[in-house]
Design a protein around this ligand. Structure first.
Ligand code: HEM
Ligand SMILES: *[C@@H]1O[C@H](CO)[C@@H](O)[C@H](O)[C@H]1NC(C)=O
Ligand SMILES: *[C@@H]1O[C@H](CO)[C@@H](O)[C@H](O)[C@H]1NC(C)=O
Length: 465
């Protein structure tokens, strides 16, 4: 009995302390004009609920507080906006003080010249330099032939094997970019580069605690190793005076170019390209394989498109821009995959000064989570939003150009790599569906949130088509 009383007293005491803590945290953030919402626990906020319940956490808070609410997630007081018009406004108005708000670990590891770390005229300059590397002419003349050559080799020899398609698409996204960047030199560095790059990616998604053994400190170390590999490559090329037809070659011949970057900027630009096109391209490719497996009618239509292209070519002819332009159904499959799987849930911004948004006052330095997931399932934009139906994208002028398409972001930071990414995934699909048929081994779990991934891989049994 006595034991029970002690237990009860301790329990009541804990209850009092925790409700006082919660209350204190609410009062601390109760400023006039902030949107409604809850702030959770001191320091931790509502991060646990957010990560555990995922999209449902967002939906529940919206049902209670409306589509703009405050919270405290991932270490910062945050405004979540699920309002499509406000989201558009935020993305279009960086100049009013709505700059990227990515976590410190990401900025530390991607470098201070990284595109997400720079604003204003510096951003314009770095973005311009990037766009000149991936212009339509560059895609036609240099990148597409490189991608074709890469995919042919990467997708050879899968016959009669069990393949982890998640791993294969990750390697593909990284190594294909590396080949576009460093051309033939990429094959000499790729084996050393790959494990460092994977560590770098993990580091950007970790808590910034610089103690040996953490994912963060491994990420910082991986960045150092990658920087020194790239620096060595730059120096070797400078010494040899050869010209190279690849992205690094373009970045280094600054005399004829409008953009002159320092070595440090060149290196961060390369890391930006590798990082931005990595998870997006690999996950979209993996999910396309998944959806195609589950929807035989779609696969049949896609194969028809690619067999028709193949028929018109000799086996050694590479996929060129004419072929790519004719892949209308493939493009639709890619858009439908990105929409239904929601590869990107939203983007992060932060305020550089106190400002008013939708009648609310947002304090300086708060993070804004421009949460764009729900618009992908809007029944007014997409009839039967939960079904995988690429045909809905074929009337391209309508869906692809509507104002509420955030798959590639929007405004001043809309994805510059959109067409390049589509070209890579399309070429991958071309060789995949014309060379192979496949079935899932089964039993692999797929996580949808906070990132789309298969924790233990996605295994398929491949045979030749
Ligand atoms: C299917 C593939 C892709 C998807 C879904 C995608 C999605 C996005 C999104 C949503 C943003 C906006 C981020 C923000 O506003 O904060 C973005 C920005 C960006 N993307 Fe992509 N992306 C893809 C492929 C690529 C590729 C292949 C590259 C390689 C060059 C790339 C490079 C970038 C860069 C550099 C930015 C930052 C632009 C800036 O801040 O001005 N992306 N992407
Ligand atoms: C580091 O990353 C791995 C792989 O995602 C994860 O399982 C592990 O929990 C992370 N470690 C820490 C300390 O966050
Ligand atoms: C692309 O390849 C096809 C067939 O190989 C050919 O007919 C077409 O002219 C090529 N287009 C360009 C722009 O080279």
């Amino acid at each position: 009995m006595a034991f029970f009383m002690v237990f009860l007293v301790i329990f009541l005491l804990l209850l009092c302390i925790s409700s006082a803590l919660l209350r204190w945290n609410e009062v601390r953030y109760r400023k006039k004009g902030l949107p409604p919402g809850t702030m959770g626990w001191p320091v931790f906020g509502e991060t646990t609920e957010f990560l555990k319940q995922g999209p449902n956490f967002m939906k529940n808070q919206r049902a209670r507080y409306g589509s703009v609410f405050k919270s405290h997630i991932l270490g910062c007081p945050t405004i979540v906006s699920m309002d499509p018009d406000l989201n558009r406004y935020i993305l279009m108005n960086e100049a009013k003080g709505l700059v990227p708000g990515y976590p410190q670990s990401m900025l530390d590891i991607l470098g201070k010249c990284n595109i997400a770390a720079v604003h204003g005229s510096t951003h314009k300059y770095m973005r311009g330099a990037l766009l000149s590397l991936i212009s339509p002419t560059m895609i036609r003349e240099q990148l597409l032939p490189t991608i074709d050559e890469f995919m042919r080799i990467h997708l050879s020899d899968w016959d009669n094997k069990i393949i982890d398609i998640q791993l294969k698409t990750k390697e593909m996204a990284l190594l294909s970019s590396l080949k576009q960047i460093a051309g033939s030199d990429s094959s000499t560095i790729s084996q050393a580069f790959m494990p460092e790059f994977f560590k770098l990616v993990l580091g950007t998604l970790s808590l910034p605690i610089d103690v040996p053994g953490t994912n963060y400190s491994r990420g910082i170390q991986a960045r150092k190793n990658i920087v020194s590999m790239l620096r060595q490559l730059i120096e070797e090329r400078r010494a040899s005076k050869e010209t190279h037809q690849d992205m690094l070659g373009c970045l280094m011949k600054s005399e004829e170019s409008r953009y002159k970057l320092t070595d440090e900027e060149i290196i961060d630009q390369i890391i930006t390209i590798l990082y931005s096109g990595y998870e997006t391209v690999s996950t979209t490719s993996m999910m396309a394989v998944k959806y195609l497996h589950d929807h035989p009618r779609v696969l049949q239509e896609l194969r028809k498109e690619h067999l028709a292209i193949k028929e018109k070519k000799r086996p050694e002819d590479p996929i060129n821009l004419t072929d790519l332009k004719s892949m209308c159904f493939t493009r639709a499959v890619i858009f439908e995959t990105s929409r239904l799987a929601t590869i990107v849930n939203g983007v992060l911004r932060k305020t550089t000064e106190e400002m008013e948004l939708n009648g609310f006052v947002i304090p300086k330095g708060w993070r804004i989570y421009v949460y764009t997931r729900e618009i992908n399932y809007d029944p007014f934009l997409y009839l039967e939003p939960l079904s995988f139906n690429p045909w809905r994208w074929l009337d391209k002028s309508r869906l692809e150009s509507q104002n509420y398409l955030f798959i590639f972001g929007g405004g001043t930071r809309q994805c510059p790599g959109k067409e390049l990414g589509i070209a890579e995934i399309s070429t991958f699909l071309h060789y995949f569906v014309t060379r192979y048929r496949w079935e899932e081994v089964g039993g692999d779990a797929l996580m949808k949130f906070p990132r789309v991934e298969a924790p233990n891989g996605l295994h398929i049994r491949v045979s030749s088509y």
